[in-house]
Design a protein around this ligand. Structure first.
Ligand code: GUN
Length: 288
């Protein structure tokens, strides 16, 4: 029977370890969350992030600018947050509406308030392997592997997906953990064959159950980042969540896997809390 890698267990460990660090700070850390529009997925993520702050004792401020805001308008909002002494971390929920230049907005966030690790300076630090806030989902996955005693060193890790939020930072973090890394994407030839070479397979594609049993080497560790809501007339709400990997395939072919839900999802929020505490510690340590 494969090991079920529980994101809930690891999240609780990470959050408990943050409590003494929070208690040692002269004031609670502050996180600003900017949400534009009504994307149902983003609304759920943001609600969960705000709740995690409240549960842990982190001050949070949710900003919901109008859906037709311009890039310049967003930059003004970010500039105000950059200047606020009670805010240590800023998170702009992605994706942004089409009229907004996402890159310009992410660049406007002060690198030392970048709770998501998306600022180019922090991406540069990631590439160089230097300490800086890391993208929360891949950082959470590394933390989970560590805590389950799964060492990527010398293993072949295959990441499916090349997004700035998950795929690219995941590949780099696995590389820094001494894995041999392949990053696959929509133009990869023979995707199943590439995936079958993986000792550690990370699926971050956003397509329900795209990865089937024939993609998985027997005994591989499978990390499913997907969160796809699909119609299911037999489910109470008429829909259900499914990952990027066929759940039966993971449960029969892998040696360890993350379930959906309850796998990677809780880790992302735990690492956001961790990044926010870290940013507050650095800010409050600095002489003003
Ligand atoms: N959209 C999907 N995942 C994320 C994330 O980790 N951070 C932000 N800001 N937006 C997202």
């Amino acid at each position: 029977m494969p090991t079920v890698l529980s994101g809930v267990t690891i999240r609780d460990q990470i959050l408990n370890e943050l409590k003494p660090r929070l208690a040692a700070l002269p004031r609670p850390p502050g996180l600003a969350v900017v949400l534009i529009g009504h994307d149902p997925g983003s609304e759920v993520y943001v609600r969960n992030k705000i709740k995690a702050c409240a549960d842990l004792g982190i001050y949070s401020d949710k900003l919901t600018p109008p859906e037709d805001i311009s890039t310049a308008g967003m930059r003004d909002i970010i500039a105000e947050l950059n200047a606020r002494p009670d805010i240590d971390g800023i998170l702009v929920q992605m994706p942004l509406p089409k009229q907004i230049d996402s890159r310009a907005v992410l660049e406007a966030v002060a690198a030392d308030k970048d709770a998501d690790g998306f600022h180019p300076t922090n991406v540069g630090h990631l590439v160089a392997g230097r300490p800086a806030p890391r993208a929360c989902t891949p950082a959470g996955i590394i933390e989970m592997l560590k805590r389950y005693g799964i060492d990527p060193a010398g293993k072949h890790a295959v990441v499916v997906g090349r997004s700035d939020i998950v795929g690219k930072p995941m590949g780099l973090l696995l590389l820094h953990a001494n894995a041999t890394v392949t990053i696959c994407h929509s133009r990869t030839a023979n995707l199943a064959e590439e995936c079958r070479r993986a000792d550690i397979l990370v699926a971050a594609i956003g397509k329900p159950a795209l990865v089937t049993a024939d993609f998985i080497k027997p005994g591989a560790v499978v990390i499913d980042v997907g969160m796809n809501r699909i119609a299911d007339p037999t489910a109470a709400k008429g829909t259900r969540l499914i990952g990027d990997v066929d759940p039966d395939a993971m449960a029969t072919v892998s040696s360890a896997y993350t379930p959906v839900p309850g796998g990677v999802g809780p880790l992302t929020i735990a690492m956001l809390m961790s990044n926010t505490v870290e940013l507050a510690e650095r800010r409050l340590r600095k002489p003003s």
